[in-house]
Design a protein around this ligand. Structure first.
Ligand code: AMP
Length: 516
């Protein structure tokens, strides 16, 4: 087996999957050290070492304070939402431990692995994308690129279902709606596949909606019934009680995907409850969550200026799409039959491996270069990119959108500034993503400072700032002084995540922990 096999990693909120391309270019899921195809994205901090996956899940009930799960939801924040083992950790570090475990599992099968593609939700903003790349770097992985999960799913689908011919081209134009409801995130993406071009035309989603929200709803239902029965004694009062409630809720939820009714049994500190629940009752309890996904799906169609009748295939990805309510709602909404031919757990990792294969083939100039499909992938930006300034008239904050969401990537937009006074040395620009016209509810990307402007620069000198979103949604900012025909020195002080020094420091700490 070649250690240069292209590798794709689906770094999921609840589960992660790693796949490689075999000699004939077929994506294969790698079985982990425990013998499973999927690895729970859960880390147990056991004294000095970290345990990832199934063992960590088992420990979660007994030692919830040592467990980090759902860290993907916190990517792009300074710290993971709770202290683990008394420590405040950046989410990148938790994710890097998961990636490291996947890397080790892959290396057990393939030998030292080369470059990888890691997937991110299409709706991830720029700081979350950066944090994902940083986590991979901390794990000692060489990242070829990141790719959006729905795009990866569409690639895997095209490959597996065979609407692509041998050259990787679609036989006819397809408009695919990818509905991805995972453990902790929800995405809808409309993709067009024409010939060998995969183009995302619109995307939308919710980083705070996924299977866990269905679990929490059911856990609250169980806890309320328990409290009613046991005179106000609430199992949610301690962390272990919450963990066990969530575990029972998830089990019940999964069973209700296959059966119409199930008996919930829950015990806490010597008290117990047993109550039946039907699938219909569960669907009523969680109807508003499903409605949120319907709303997002409709808005994405609207933004793409498409009708359901334009959609040729409806693709479901993510473990939570196994809930029958999802399929029923989508079929009723669209009049289309849902395509379930793809393994919802593996599709994204397979697509990522296929994409890694494509990128490696592009980089490979050797004469015996394998003949790969000349597939090309184009994405759109998932959030408005804006500059926050003060309205000169009212003095109120003002968001000037430079690159509107759903713009085809890569894209570069420039903005002109003028120095205000003679000898001005710096210009500071606040860059944001999303938000309204006053910048409310936006994500701060950071402060860009154009530094070290030449001495004695006259007032009113033009400074141009160029914002580039790469194909993968990562941002680059450059400054130019057109009158002087030179580049300006520019630095970004990021509002969140790990800066280069911190990355270095964590890299060293993690390496030392590995004994290398
Ligand atoms: P993913 O992140 O795509 O692996 O999705 C994981 C989510 O899928 C978790 O919230 C699981 O509880 C959920 N899930 C997996 N299997 C089922 C099932 N049979 N019925 C309902 N939800 C499921």
């Amino acid at each position: 087996m070649s250690s240069k096999s292209p590798i794709g990693i689906d770094l999921g909120t609840t589960f992660s999957v790693v796949a490689y391309l075999d000699g004939s270019g077929r994506p294969i899921t790698i079985v982990n050290g425990e013998g499973d195809l999927i690895t729970p994205s859960v880390v147990l901090f056991d004294g000095k070492s970290a345990v990832v996956g199934k063992e960590a899940v088992k420990a979660a009930v007994m030692e919830p304070e040592l467990i980090a799960d759902f860290a993907k939801r916190d990517m792009g924040s300074m710290f993971y939402s709770k202290k683990v083992g008394g420590q405040q950790l950046p989410p990148e570090v938790i994710q890097s431990l998961i990636l490291e475990k996947l890397k080790n599992d892959a290396e057990r099968k393939l030998g030292p692995i080369g470059k990888v593609v890691v997937t991110v939700p299409a709706f991830f903003n720029e700081p979350r994308r950066k944090a994902t790349q940083d986590a991979a770097q901390l794990a000692g992985l060489e990242v070829l690129d990141i790719i959006n999960e729905p795009t990866a799913a569409a690639i895997a689908f095209g490959y597996q279902v065979g609407f692509l011919d041998a050259k990787g081209e679609a036989r006819k134009k397809e408009t695919i709606l990818v509905y991805d409801l995972g453990g902790g995130t929800f995405d809808v993406t409309l993709m067009e596949i024409e010939g060998s071009e995969f183009t995302a035309i619109a995307t939308g989603g919710d980083v705070f909606l996924g299977g866990i929200d269905w679990d929490r709803r059911l856990a609250d239902y169980i806890a309320d019934k328990f409290r009613d029965k046991h005179h106000g004694f609430d199992p949610r009062q301690d962390a272990a009680g919450i963990q066990r409630l969530l575990k029972e809720a998830e089990d019940v939820k999964r069973t209700l995907s296959a059966r119409d009714q199930v008996a919930i049994t829950f015990e806490h500190v010597g008290q117990g409850i047993r109550l039946p629940i039907t699938r219909t009752e569960f669907e009523e309890l969680t109807a508003d969550l499903l409605e949120r996904t319907r709303f997002t799906t409709r808005s994405v169609l609207k933004e793409a200026k498409l009708q359901w009748s334009d959609v040729t295939r409806l693709l479901l990805v993510g473990g939570s799409t196994r809930m029958p309510m999802v399929q029923t709602m989508l079929e009723e909404e669209s009049g289309l039959k849902v395509d379930r031919s793809l393994s919802p757990d593996e599709a994204v990792a397979h697509g990522a491996a296929l994409y890694a294969g494509l990128l490696l083939a592009r980089q490979d100039d050797s004469p015996d270069k394998p003949s790969k499909p000349a597939m090309s992938v184009r994405n759109v930006s998932s959030h408005d990119l804006g500059v926050l300034s003060k309205d000169p008239v009212t003095g109120r904050p003002m968001n000037s959108v430079m690159i509107p969401r759903n713009t085809v990537l890569p894209v570069t937009k420039g903005k002109r500034y003028r120095t205000a006074k003679l000898g001005q040395k710096n210009i500071v620009i606040n860059v944001i993503e999303g938000g309204d016209s006053a910048g409310r509810n936006s994500t701060p990307i950071g402060r860009c400072t154009i530094q070290d402007l030449p001495d004695d620069l006259p007032a009113g000198t033009v400074v141009e700032v160029y914002f580039t979103y790469g194909e993968n949604g990562r941002l680059k900012v450059e400054g130019r002084l057109p009158d002087l025909k030179r580049k300006a020195v520019l630095s970004i002080e990021r509002a969140s995540g790990l800066n280069d020094d911190k990355l270095d420091e964590w890299g060293k700490r993690l390496k030392a922990g590995r004994g290398k």
